[in-house]
Unconditional design. Structure first.
Lengths: 70, 152, 152, 70
């Protein structure tokens, strides 16, 4: 999926929405801005969540486009 | 209830799945199977092949939750889900969902629900080879609608 | 559209049906299979086996008409129906319906409709061996209701 | 199905209902009477029909209970 990995040091738990505003795509746009024009799904610790979910300081977070298996 | 969930590069066998369900889950009267295969065209482009990726760990757990949900709704004897990853050619099998139940209506419904949820909730992605190069396949809104319909 | 309708004493193979549908009916994306198997009990009696009879000639023609009806309702690539006759043991396969289509929803619906019509319109009869002897199996009103629902 | 065969010479085409009143079961009851208490299906020339269907003098007619295949 053209994965890239990124380690973010959080000082305190935060929301998915807040995390998305900290991450920039190669074109300079934040993930938060990008999710206004395309669907970006989020998994925290391998569970699908929405933007209001909390991210702990040790969470594994993944952002990806809609799935297309099957 | 018996269950088996596998993500693998290798092909699968429907006859083996039938034998497995019969052996592991008692003498069910109705067994429904769905197989998805690689088509040779998409959006008017010839498709030379597919590359299938997943999110290891998470995908298995989601498939397990999807089977849980089916087992909550219907009285199932057993369910098998096999999803292939890696490079596939047109005509190759992609996915197998096999469900056994006492009655055929339950087997059909559970099998279709598992497929509909898998299409929208399991973290697999397809990249297809087309004459111009490669592209990630985009999700269809019709798949989302089918999955949502089960919650109505 | 490819079709194959067989009434036979021999067992069948789902993998062969899958290969046949792929070879004969182009590269369909969705293939649905239903297999009915002999259960080991019915109406609280242990069932030692079944004897299946049909009306030669008429049964084949009815199965053909059932597939016609499915083909009128959905865009199918192919359909295979195999129904066994003669003596069968618990766990043995009785019937196979296999349908291929471009999209999975059509494959599921057509496969289920063919099964529901077969249950009420195809001239097969089952006699079961129970501890007391033998008895002809009675039709279920739920099967009639399922078949009628397709006409609503 | 505990089949039995019977040849009936019809002088003219008739209905399934009329034919059913000519045929007696081993217990003496006509098929027509029996169909009030149980479902008896009819095929004329291997097509399923109802009681109003016509039977020609050369027809193959079959009576049987509800089917139970699949």
């Amino acid at each position: 999926m053209g994965q890239s990995e990124l380690e973010i040091l959080l000082e305190a738990p935060t929301t998915v929405a807040a995390l998305k505003s900290m991450i920039k795509l190669p074109n300079g746009e934040t993930l938060n801005a990008a999710s206004r024009t395309q669907t970006i799904m989020t998994a925290v610790d391998q569970e699908m969540v929405d933007d209001s979910a909390m991210v702990s300081v040790t969470s594994e977070v993944a952002f990806f486009p809609p799935v297309t298996g099957g | 209830m018996y269950r088996s969930i596998l993500i693998q590069a290798d092909d699968f066998s429907l006859d083996r799945a039938l034998t497995e369900l019969k052996a592991q889950s008692g003498l069910a009267g109705g067994l429904c199977f769905f197989t998805g295969a690689v088509r040779n065209s998409n959006l008017d482009d010839a498709v030379g092949g597919l590359y299938l990726e997943h999110y290891p760990g998470m995908t298995e757990r989601q498939l397990d939750q999807i089977v849980d949900e089916a087992a909550r709704r219907w009285q199932l004897h057993g369910a098998i889900v096999v999803h292939r990853i890696g490079h596939l050619k047109p005509g190759d099998n992609i996915v197998l969902v096999a469900v056994s139940a006492s009655h055929r209506g339950e087997a059909f419904e559970a099998c279709e629900m598992i497929m509909d949820y898998l299409k929208t909730n399991a973290t697999f992605w397809k990249k297809e080879s087309i004459p111009d190069g490669h592209r990630w396949v985009e999700a269809r809104s019709s798949d989302q609608a089918k999955a949502t319909a089960w919650d109505a």
